[in-house]
Ligand binder design. Structure first.
Ligand SMILES: [Zn+2]
Ligand SMILES: [Zn+2]
Length: 143
């Protein structure tokens, strides 16, 4: 079983998750551009079953375009975006690849919301692109 570990910038929050990354991808939706400070966000989904963290995480809630309630977890001390989840897909947790100890091991396989990206965005043209949210349940999810 693969174990992925990581932390926030200041080290107050540590996390671990068991299992393979599901559909790692770069998301250029407008929300991710805020959180990524201008760039897209690289996220990987995991089964929520093997997910745990230590330290305080603040969960910011907002309503996604899909109508789903989104919860985004960040470190209240250093502000590092760490996780996202939605009660609509409670079996999944999405983790920011940049917060993982070995980001090189989780390569994005797709770019989503490419239509929302600014013209200067550096998008890997070797990867499949979707202009918006993936439709397939299970593969989709919060980002
Ligand atoms: Zn922190
Ligand atoms: Zn996004």
């Amino acid at each position: 079983m693969t174990t992925t570990t990581g932390q926030c910038l200041c080290g107050a929050v540590h996390f671990r998750v068991e299992g393979e990354a599901l559909a790692p991808r770069v998301c250029w939706c407008r929300d991710c551009q805020y959180l990524g400070a201008g760039t897209g966000m690289a996220n990987a989904g995991f089964s929520a079953e093997g997910f745990s963290y230590t330290g305080d995480v603040t969960w910011f809630e907002s309503r996604a375009d899909s109508g789903n309630l989104m919860q985004r977890g960040f470190c209240p001390r250093c502000g590092t975006p760490l996780f996202s989840r939605t009660p609509a897909r409670a079996h999944l947790v999405f983790i920011r690849i940049g917060a993982c100890d070995s980001p090189a091991k989780i390569a994005p396989q797709m770019t989503i919301w490419s239509a929302s990206a600014p013209p200067w965005a550096a998008i890997d043209t070797a990867l499949p692109q979707l202009p918006g949210q993936p439709a397939a349940p299970g593969k989709g999810g919060p980002s």
